[in-house]
Design a protein around this ligand. Structure first.
Ligand code: NDP
Length: 279
């Protein structure tokens, strides 16, 4: 669809932002559905976020995603927060409800969809979350909402304790192989929310003694560059079910797409666009 005077604009604000796969995923979706929309990446430093969102209001930009470092700061720049954005304390999607600018968070639901799609139902399970940063907040919230019991393992224990308290998690552990080894038999699943294993440090992985997990356990890695991280490779080699971070990226995007356009997202098209870019 050629860009013309009717083209609707959406995009992502980040700093940095040039690595983002969201333009590829969303523009493929617009093209597949014949929608006259375009998705752009805007590099906005933290001190200019308020101006950028005021600009969105003035220009009639139809929706935005927010990525690092804007997810928390954007909470105070919208007219209303959804219940999940409020509970997580971070916004990754802005959309219009009439004249009201709404701050939403599709990360938690996107993560949950990716697990369910992979055949993992965390309800009633015991799940170990590695990390206590921004993404861990959405993951712990999603797991608790679904009815899983959650433990956190982090390098900075105080940070993990704060998160555990906020979402009523069961306990915290040091992110350390010796400390985790005797504990792992009780977990049904593990989610890596640290950047360990991410390109270009592909040979690193979280200090998780995988052999101590029960045979039915699953391992999810939020890192999606590379698609199969060392953690997932080793989990797979031990016969465990693995879930890549690509699913969460895809589903948080699909949910944002639906908020903006009111149309079902062409998820298969979006997945293919992501895979082509990451291959
Ligand atoms: P943050 O920087 O907010 O948090 C990082 C966490 O990892 C912290 O708990 C930190 O521990 C821990 N950590 C960082 N480096 C080390 C290290 N060398 N050793 C031990 N622990 C470490 O990052 P995010 O939560 O935003 O992102 C984490 C990862 O998840 C990234 O790789 C990101 O790309 C990915 N991600 C994927 C998404 C998807 O859609 N698939 C969505 C969001 C994120 P401490 O508290 O001790 O500093």
């Amino acid at each position: 669809m050629p860009i013309d005077a009717h083209t609707q604009v959406v995009g992502v604000l980040g700093y940095p932002v040039r690595h983002s796969l969201s333009p590829t995923m969303h523009n493929a979706a617009f093209e597949a559905l014949g929608l006259n929309w375009v998705y752009l990446a805007f590099e906005v430093p933290p001190e200019r976020l308020a101006e950028a969102i005021a600009g969105m209001r003035a220009l009639g930009i139809r929706g935005l995603n927010l990525t690092i470092p804007h997810k928390e700061a954007a909470c105070s720049l919208v007219d209303r927060l959804t219940a999940q954005a409020e509970a997580i304390g971070a916004v990754n999607t802005l959309f219009w409800d009439g004249d009201t600018l709404v701050g939403d968070n599709t990360d938690a639901e996107g993560f949950l969809r990716s697990l369910l799609e992979a055949g993992v139902e965390p309800k009633g399970q015991r799940v170990l979350v590695l990390g206590a940063g921004g993404s861990a907040r959405a993951i712990v919230y999603a797991l608790r909402q679904r009815g899983a019991s959650v433990w956190l393992a982090n390098r900075n224990l105080q940070r993990a304790e704060q998160l555990a308290q906020r979402y009523d998690a069961e306990g915290v552990l040091p992110l350390d192989a010796a400390a985790l080894a005797p504990q792992l038999t009780r977990f049904d699943g593990v989610v890596n929310c640290t950047p360990l294993g991410m390109h270009p440090n592909e040979e690193t992985m979280p200090p998780l003694p995988i052999a101590n997990l029960p045979a039915h356990a699953w391992v999810c890695d939020l890192v999606y560059r590379p698609l199969e991280t060392r953690l997932l490779r080793e989990a797979h080699a031990h016969g465990l079910k693995t879930v890549s971070g690509l699913g969460m990226l895809l589903w948080q995007g699909a949910l944002a797409f639906e908020r903006w356009t009111g149309t079902s997202a062409p998820v298969a098209v979006m997945a293919r666009a992501l895979l082509e870019k990451l291959a």
